[in-house]
Ligand binder design. Structure first.
Ligand code: HEM
Length: 479
């Protein structure tokens, strides 16, 4: 009985001390903020800040409203808020983007939620400073032009097979789930040469569970989303390890043209190869960063093409021209991709209006001043692609879908930023371009389509997702 009382007392004291420490920290942070000239804005409620206002805007499919309302109320260059317990400065417009992109490793560094960092472990996305640079150099050996040129034919044959199995002969399809399936199949083949259906669906199951825990409280307690996600990330790692071991046993490690074969041969400036763990973690992050972004881009592309038949006709004309220049059974090659200029302008305009990643965070690594305001160390900083893309100073009639605005030299620096910018710019940018254009070639060559729900709502979760999966009726071409 006495032991129980002592235990209860210890727990109460510990609890009390924890609460006091949190309150003291909170108070000190507020005090520090009061003495500096911080950006205008409101921290909202204690701890939760303005988190719910952001969630509500995303759920309604109007992610920009949170920022636009506050830039009108406070300042159109920068304002402060508080999200998920952290003070955040929102940097606005091309000037804000440029400042964050060009000060990587000097004043700021990239930042992702703790749950994501723990799931992905040490990799290009979670590393900072010199380590991030080293990993980027190594990874780019598998994503540079020379490597990409070798992937085009494989991409085309995987896409044809996918079309044959999932689209041909169907009257109705749900575009979003199919786009996800397609990008996953392609990643399995091009990242690690997995083609076995069962192995792919096992990996895909684990991958989806992992995605559910990417933004969650990172407590490893059985039954929680994070716990399940960590287990699935472990299962994918194990599968990747087996694949690597198998590949290492081959005499010619480059026998298969995939990302893994490049990573096994890549060496850093000291001639050091990547460790197995580095390869596993970085393939996992490529899968994570490349899957939903590309499938979202493809889905939104198909949505806009259904809504704008004149644009569809021009894309079809360009793609038919390329198809007609090929011999029977001949696969697409790098030169064909370079001819898809109009098609890529259409994709750019889709990503302007519906960027797959609406913005990302940085963290201040030191106190600094921006536009006369103090930004304290450790603050989270946010840049927004979706708000920048709708600024009438950069894009005339920003609401209007107009692919021809990308004719010519393109937009001004830091105004069109679907892939981010600076040293953290998306390393999979060109891979994504290839995969999107190869898919587009194959789908428009076969079909025209009509959306089942022309006004289907798009919510942000955290990428733009059609709430009903974007079902469509397919009309195969007669010739
Ligand atoms: C349309 C498709 C895609 C879009 C719109 C996109 C967009 C982005 C954006 C906005 C960032 C963050 C940049 C920043 O914070 O400044 C990013 C990072 C990243 N992306 Fe992509 N991405 C796409 C496809 C891909 C693909 C296919 C891959 C892999 C093959 C990939 C791999 C990565 C990685 C590893 C990072 C983290 C880089 C770092 O932190 O240094 N992405 N992407």
């Amino acid at each position: 009985m006495e032991a129980l009382d002592i235990n209860a007392l210890t727990v109460s004291i510990t609890f009390f001390l924890v609460i006091i420490s949190f309150a003291a920290l909170y108070y000190l942070r507020r005090k520090r903020c009061e003495t500096a000239k911080l950006p205008p804005g409101s921290f909202g409620w204690p701890i939760i800040g303005e988190t719910f206002a952001v969630f509500a805007a995303n759920r309604n499919g109007t992610p920009n409203s949170f920022i636009e309302e506050r830039t009108q109320r406070y300042d159109n260059r920068i304002f402060k808020t508080s999200l998920l317990g952290d003070p955040v400065a929102i940097f606005c417009g091309a000037t804000g983007n440029k400042f964050l992109f060009s000060n990587e490793n000097k004043l700021v560094t990239s930042w992702w939620p703790r749950s994501l960092q723990k799931l992905l472990r040490a990799c290009i996305l979670t590393s900072v400073g010199d380590e991030a640079k080293r990993l980027r150099r190594l990874l780019m050996t598998s994503l540079n032009t020379e490597a990409l040129q070798r992937y085009v034919g494989t991409m085309d044959s995987v896409t044809q097979l996918h079309m044959h199995k999932e689209w041909d002969g169907k009257e109705r399809v749900e575009i979003y789930p199919l786009a996800k399936k397609y990008t996953f199949e392609l990643a399995c083949r091009l990242f690690v040469s997995v083609q076995d259906r069962e192995q792919m669906s096992k990996l895909s199951r684990h991958f989806n569970i992992m995605l559910d825990g990417v933004v969650a409280i990172p407590l490893n307690i059985p039954g929680t989303r994070y716990y399940l996600a960590a287990r699935s990330a472990g299962a994918i790692r194990e599968e990747l390890r087996l694949i690597i071991e198998g590949r290492r046993r081959l005499v010619d490690k480059a026998v298969t043209q995939d990302i893994l074969s490049y990573l096994l041969m890549a060496t850093d400036e000291n001639g050091r190869f990547m460790t197995e763990e580095e390869i596993v973690n970085n393939i996992l992050v490529l899968l994570f960063a490349g899957q939903n972004t590309s499938s979202c881009a493809l889905t939104m592309l198909m949505k806009y093409l259904a809504e704008f038949p004149d644009v569809y006709d021009k894309v079809l004309k360009e793609q038919r021209g390329i198809a007609m220049s090929k011999g029977p059974g001949e696969l697409l090659n790098w030169e064909d991709i370079q001819k898809m200029q109009y098609s890529w302008n259409v994709m750019a305009e889709v990503m302007r209006l519906a960027p797959p990643i609406i913005g990302t965070f940085r963290e201040a690594i030191t106190d600094f001043t921006y536009e006369g305001f103090t930004i304290p160390k450790k603050w989270k900083l946010y840049w927004s692609a979706s708000v920048t893309h709708m600024n009438p100073d950069y894009f005339l009639d920003p609401e209007k879908f107009n692919p021809s605005r990308f004719d010519g030299d393109g937009s001004n620096p830091c105004t069109f930023v679907p892939f981010g910018g600076g040293p953290r710019i998306c390393p999979g940018k060109e891979f994504a371009r290839l995969q999107i254009l190869v898919f587009l070639h194959n789908v428009v060559k076969r079909f025209k389509w009509e959306l089942e729900f022309p006004d289907e709502k798009i919510k942000i979760d955290p990428i733009p997702v059609p709430t009903k999966g974007l079902p469509a009726r397919l009309q195969p071409h007669k010739f």
